[in-house]
Design a protein around this ligand. Structure first.
Ligand SMILES: [Cu+2]
Length: 149
């Protein structure tokens, strides 16, 4: 009886996770690399349905993933690491080459255009519970065609 209940609980939580992606992920892409290059950037637009904090990301394709921000300081463009990023419900957060981006370092394989990598986003909800979300990120030389610009 106990094991049946446990099995029911496990399948119920599995269904809940599968049905409720924490964040809508759009326009994900990672920049292809040239020979000898051991870091690159990954970009996407994240829209949360509830207040969430992005606390990190990981991918089997890279040893290190950091959240970075490009910012003008005076007349110099600087890149710095950001520990966490708040996602406000319904407000898209854009990761792009000239702003926030995922910095993928210690790459395990070349990033070839046309391939894709898997990334896992680590998120924390308002109650402090951590969850993860898997994202498939296509690799390309440049951002995918935009919407009507
Ligand atoms: Cu960076």
């Amino acid at each position: 009886m106990k094991s049946v209940l446990a099995a029911l609980l496990v399948s119920a939580s599995f269904v809940a996770v599968a049905q409720a992606p924490s964040v809508k992920v759009e326009r994900a892409w990672a920049r292809s690399t040239v020979q000898g290059q051991d870091s690159t950037g990954a970009y996407m637009t994240l829209t949360a349905a509830e207040p969430l904090t992005l606390v990190g990301a990981a991918t089997p394709a890279a040893g290190i993933v950091e959240i970075h921000q490009m910012k003008m300081e005076g007349d110099v463009m600087k890149m710095r690491a950001v520990e966490t990023l708040a996602l406000r419900p319904g407000a898209p957060l854009h990761f792009a080459p000239n702003g926030y981006h995922f910095m993928l370092m210690d790459l395990k394989t070349p990033f070839r255009a046309g391939a894709s990598i898997r990334m896992t986003l680590r998120l924390r909800d308002a109650k402090g519970a951590e969850k993860t979300q898997d994202v498939t990120v296509p690799v390309s030389f440049a951002a995918p065609a935009s919407h009507g610009h």
